[in-house]
Design a protein around this ligand. Structure first.
Ligand SMILES: [Zn+2]
Length: 509
């Protein structure tokens, strides 16, 4: 008897259709699995046979062949256990063939018959929807994630017995069917709020500009100045997630197995990898190609605390994704492209001890300070638009009475500035001021003659690189947008120059 079941492989963050075929015939008893399979896929043979036996289904002493096609797609993980089991049960005549048609299945099966969650369910269900299948059969733990895709029936099961209940007799029992549940935009509140940040007016202002134009940001300050506290609150002032953004974030999380038990992403990511992270873990890759931290931060914040402590190779891999909004990983079997539309928020101490330029407290030698600062390379600094000092908050600032502005209030202004950018860049391949290509700057960032003079003087005095020069203009564009002004004025430029002069103070070329 021959049978075939629909399933899906996930490579990177994309799902591809896979047919699981089973053939059982007379001959020497053996069980073979073919079709470019990773070791753990082949082990499905043992897991499934044992699970069936433990659930009272005797396996016949016959020749069994399971083929996963197409052969050119690499199959990895334990997600094929469930379709392999169903293909065998159908080939054995236990499940009627017509009950499995048009249903995509993924899931891992334990030796006792429990069905366990797998990664990549969201994109598998999206694929089933695109292909016009009627239903998806998934582990119960993946049901919330699967049900995020509207317009397709989702069946969630916990074990082999429930599988049989669903597929052996006519009609699937109501209790296994998850009704459509699509929760796109919701007013989900973050746990953090800018209301909790006392003092730090300058840094709050900088954070608002960062959020409004998606500008990369560096905070330099002593330990305890609240750099991490501010970084954690930046997602809360970014605009609310759109459905498209939520889907893109969720696909990345699902591929990494981080969406189990969850629905679609409702808040913007905040990723804060430790400085010991490898370049691979940051950019993505590994034996099984998975997105890295920069993709897990997509449409949100990538926070690198203690920036000089990161390895050079780790910081190097950031450069290309920061420019392109995506990361490309090339391997012998193909190219993987993952989204990386993050804003980089970074923080560091001004010197190894943390107290420079306070000479009363700082005991670092000039050479030590210079070596410490220069662990952050110029090419990376050149990609940071806004640099501020975060002073320690004095006692008065800490105990200040009266209400601080909340994240919701700041977000309102950020959203208004984003609306202006959206209108202005309609039909262009970029959306934010920080991403305006150099060639388009004369069109979108017109400077009058007095503004030109300011920039000319600054260019000379501050010894700016061309890259830094354009970054200042992009920041000034955002400052003007926050004020609802179409023209960039000198005050906007002067403020933007201030955000570059900080790093000029610390680093000399
Ligand atoms: Zn020091």
């Amino acid at each position: 008897m021959f049978s075939t079941i629909l399933s899906a492989a996930v490579l990177g963050i994309d799902a591809y259709p896979v047919q699981v075929e089973a053939d059982i015939c007379d001959g020497l008893p053996q069980f073979s699995m073919v079709g470019d399979l990773a070791a753990e896929v082949k082990e499905a043979a043992d897991r499934v046979r044992t699970a069936l036996r433990n659930n009272g289904i005797a396996f016949p002493a016959k020749k069994v062949t399971v083929n996963l096609s197409p052969a050119h797609i690499r199959k990895e993980g334990t997600r094929f256990d469930l379709p392999v089991a169903v293909a065998l049960l159908t080939a054995l005549g236990i499940i009627p063939r017509e009950h499995t048609e048009e249903i995509l299945m993924v899931g891992e099966i334990g030796l006792n018959g429990l069905v366990r969650p797998v990664s990549g369910v969201l994109q598998s269900v999206m694929l089933a929807k695109e292909r016009g299948y009627t239903a998806c059969l998934v582990p119960a733990a993946n049901v919330r994630e699967a049900a995020s895709v509207p317009g397709i029936l989702v069946i969630g099961i916990q074990n082999l017995q429930e599988l049989l209940e669903c597929l052996v007799s006519e009609g699937i029992p109501e209790r296994y069917i998850r009704k459509e549940e699509f929760l796109p935009e919701q007013d989900v509140e973050y746990q953090e709020d800018f209301r909790d940040v006392n003092g730090q007016e300058g840094v709050r202002r900088a954070a608002e500009i960062v959020a409004a134009g998606m500008h990369n940001f560096l905070m330099i300050g002593s330990p305890g100045a609240g750099k991490t506290m501010i970084a954690r609150r930046i997602p809360t002032i970014l605009p609310r997630l759109t459905v498209e953004e939520s889907l893109e974030i969720s696909r990345v999380y699902s591929a990494c197995g981080l969406l189990v038990g969850e629905g679609l992403a409702k808040i913007r990511p905040f990723r804060a990898p430790h400085h010991t992270i490898s370049a691979n873990a940051l950019a993505g890759g590994g034996r099984k190609i998975l997105p890295g931290e920069i993709s897990l931060a997509t449409h949100g914040v990538l926070f690198l605390d203690e920036l000089p402590e990161f390895s050079r190779s780790a910081l190097e891999v950031l450069r290309q994704p920061m420019e392109e909004g995506q990361v490309t990983i090339s391997r012998a079997n193909g190219k993987y492209v993952f989204p990386a539309h993050f804003v980089l928020i970074s923080a560091m101490n001004p010197c190894p001890c943390g107290y420079y330029p306070d000479r009363d407290k700082c005991r670092c030698l000039p050479g030590e300070i210079s070596r410490y600062l220069h662990r952050v390379s110029w090419p990376l600094l050149d990609r940071i638009d806004i640099c501020t000092e975060t002073p320690r908050v004095d006692y008065q600032g800490l105990t200040r009475k009266g209400e601080n502005e909340s994240s919701a209030q700041i977000r309102e202004r950020v959203e208004a500035a984003r609306k202006i950018q959206k209108r202005r860049y309609q039909g262009q391949h970029w959306q934010f001021n920080s991403r305006i290509p150099v060639s388009a700057i004369p069109e979108f960032c017109v400077l009058g003659s007095s503004e030109m003079r300011i920039m000319e003087a600054a260019f000379e005095r501050m010894n700016l690189s061309a890259r830094a020069y354009y970054r200042i203009i992009r920041v000034a564009r955002t400052i003007a947008d926050l004020e609802g002004e179409e023209r960039i004025r000198d005050i906007h430029l002067l403020e933007a120059l201030g955000y570059r002069s900080v790093d000029q103070n610390f680093w000399d070329r």
